[in-house]
Write a protein that binds this ligand. Sequence first.
Ligand code: ZN
Length: 163
Amino acid sequence: MSAQDLPYIDSLRFAKDGEIRAGYYAIAALPRLAKMLSSVQGDLHYRLQGKTEFGRPQLCLTVQAVLSLDCQRCLHPLPQDVQLRSCVGVARNEAELARWDAVDLESGRDMVDAMVAEARMSVQDFVEDEVLLSLSVAPSHPEGKCPESLTGFGILETDSEAS
Ligand SMILES: [Zn+2]
């Protein structure tokens, strides 16, 4: 198994060294994400890159996937083309994390997400976490754009009449 395939990274070293890792996961292999989808077919492609900005080591992640969510209005599949790009700072410890937050608050700069370094960080968990964070809580087709021939209401009415 090459280093590229190892499921864990040292997050701070990865960020500081500007390492790059790219790969993909079967969506079905990401249990927390799969639970939210109407179909678990397909793959999720990711690229993780370490960098340092404003003296802060960061992990920058890009993810590409088509995820099949359920529309919360009509309950029919709503494929979402996910193009995620996010950077997360990697602090050495809680004290550094708190200091970064304080500096950002004082400067009025947008707070960049940050976390405390882990010597054994699961790449898969990190990718899955970031994708989950990016998903909209109540996805739906745009107002009035639910597919009419597929609305669930007719089916629901039939069900209630039968009972
Ligand atoms: Zn809909």
